[in-house]
Design a protein around this ligand. Structure first.
Ligand code: FUL
Length: 498
């Protein structure tokens, strides 16, 4: 009995102590001390942010189709048909696109025909059984990853979930996913923990006849997201490559909705399609994929690059409209980018540095804002943060101010063609509407870039006059940007003028 009493007394004492324990409120102390604005959700994950910063990168479609002159194989191609005329040279591909200012590339590792461009343990339908020594000698993903690292570029792989070669694809047992698809993705993840994106094509071509291990039939799957075991796919890759965005199937970034190299002038990082949706609950920024040549994703005899001016316009309408831009350059049968492509890439690089390479905002005599958020302990929100070249410092207003003005003044009139704005998207995409004006005397102002000044997002580039096909320079001594409406107080980290 005594024992029971002392146990009860002890328990009462513990309960009493617990009850007196002060409740620890969950506050983000450092956010409060720095007076940082609260995020406006949704916000990007760390890997989504890093991915967005890649901005402009290449797509390389090379493989069985290059050798058979096809865009979509049927999966029944004999391995021996893969026979590049020289040793494929991924370093040449990446070095060429780097000249155009691209920061990385994605190489096809397996297209719909199922032919694997690396020696995989999952199937004999791979480079191991290629038709010649050049084909057998190059493990494309391994060589591509090594070249990217050597050149200081980002890299990733395109993997087609749809596999027309496999007898298992689409059957009810899930054998394709368990014994081919997921193990292949794991093998590819192991080619580098520093991959930035894996590209999972959504095509399933349900009415497209395929080989399917000799079945020669058409097949369909009901719900790709369920069939391909997406949670497992995400885990498998992220455990090895934590910063790898799973494009398409994984829904960490979205298809912009066309393959012509443009995004909507209004473009939210939430929602779907070319313009996204201000009310979307999930961060899924847009990626725009387009061909840089006139015929195919894969190379065909006579394939010609589009003019550099056209590619520059695409850049303005993708990277300049809050999307990333993946531009396809197909290596030819020798496993190299043709001379004409290399030349266009150089030309594009020159256009980009000539037109968007030297920022006149940093030469402004003054930059002022109608309001600046009070500084916190270790952070300020000064308007000078817009021109300090640091993406981690930003200008912001007080919480309730959703409209504000930034004005630049130069000592002498300037010739200005483009304005570039970048939001501090770590705290969410906020700006809904803004306007741009220029002036020669600071009293009479002319509206610029009219009709297209809605969202900003990660990056927005606007011709001040004319349009993306024909931008026209303006003379101005003053430039004024007014944020007219936002989802929360505006947070901008860069303002540039070219
Ligand atoms: C599409 C594919 O069907 C094309 O062949 C190409 O790979 C393109 C990038 O995506 O869905």
């Amino acid at each position: 009995m005594n024992r029971l009493i002392s146990i009860c007394a002890f328990m009462a004492l513990v309960a009493g102590l617990c009850a007196q324990q002060p409740f620890e409120p969950v506050t983000e102390t450092f956010c409060y001390e720095d007076n940082e604005p609260a995020p406006v959700h949704p916000v990007p994950s760390r890997r989504q942010l890093m991915w967005q910063e890649t901005e402009f990168y290449a797509f390389f479609h090379f493989g069985m189709n290059t050798c058979t002159d096809a865009e979509w194989g049927n999966g029944g191609e004999a391995e021996a048909m893969y026979a590049p005329s020289m040793l494929p040279d991924p370093k040449q591909w990446l070095a060429a696109v780097r000249e155009a200012g691209m920061r990385g590339g994605i190489a096809v590792a397996k297209h719909h025909d199922g032919f694997c461009l690396w020696p995989t343990a999952t199937t004999s339908h791979s480079v191991v059984n290629a038709g010649n020594a050049q084909g057998r000698a190059t493990n494309i993903p391994a060589a591509f990853a090594a070249a990217a690292r050597e050149l200081g570029m980002k890299y990733g792989f395109y993997v087609s979930p749809w596999d027309l070669s496999s007898s298992y694809w689409g059957d009810a047992t899930g054998r394709y996913v368990d014994s081919l698809f997921l193990p292949q993705c794991l093998e590819l993840a192991r080619y580098g923990s520093d991959q930035f994106e894996m590209w999972f094509d959504g095509a399933t071509g349900s009415d497209h006849p395929g080989f399917y291990g000799g079945a020669n039939t058409s097949r369909a799957i009901a719900v790709p997201a369920t069939y391909y075991d997406i949670p497992n796919l995400l885990d498998t890759i992220h455990k090895i490559a934590p910063n790898c965005v799973i494009w398409g199937l994984g829904d960490e970034a979205r298809w912009i909705g066309n393959e012509e190299g443009w995004a909507g002038e209004t473009n939210w990082a939430m929602g779907d399609g070319e313009s996204g949706d201000i009310n979307g609950w999930k961060w899924r920024a847009g990626e725009s994929d387009a061909k840089a040549t006139d015929r195919g994703w894969f190379w065909h005899e006579g394939e010609k690059p589009k003019p550099a001016e056209e590619l520059f316009r695409m850049y303005l309408e993708t990277v300049g409209r809050n999307a990333t831009f993946i531009l396809n350059f197909p290596p030819d049968i020798s496993g190299r980018l043709p001379e004409a492509d290399v030349a266009v890439l150089k030309e594009l690089g020159s256009l980009l540095s000539l037109r968007l390479g030297s920022d006149k905002a940093i030469t402004a005599h003054s930059i002022t804002a109608s309001e600046t958020r009070p500084r916190g302990r270790s952070r300020d929100y000064a308007v000078s943060n817009l021109t300090d070249g640091d993406k981690d410092t930003y200008w912001a207003t007080s919480d309730t101010t959703l409209s504000a003005t930034i004005t630049l003044e130069w000592e002498r009139p300037q010739t200005l063609t483009y304005l570039m704005l970048m939001e501090y998207i770590r705290l969410g995409q906020r700006i809904k509407r803004f306007s741009v004006e220029t002036s020669m005397d600071g009293r009479s102002w002319q509206r610029r870039a009219e009709g297209s000044t809605t969202t900003v997002g990660y990056k927005r580039i606007l011709p001040l006059c004319g349009n993306t096909s024909q931008p026209k320079p303006v003379e101005a001594k003053y430039l004024r940007v007014t944020i007219d409406d936002a989802r929360g107080c505006p947070t901008l980290h860069t303002l540039s003028v070219f």
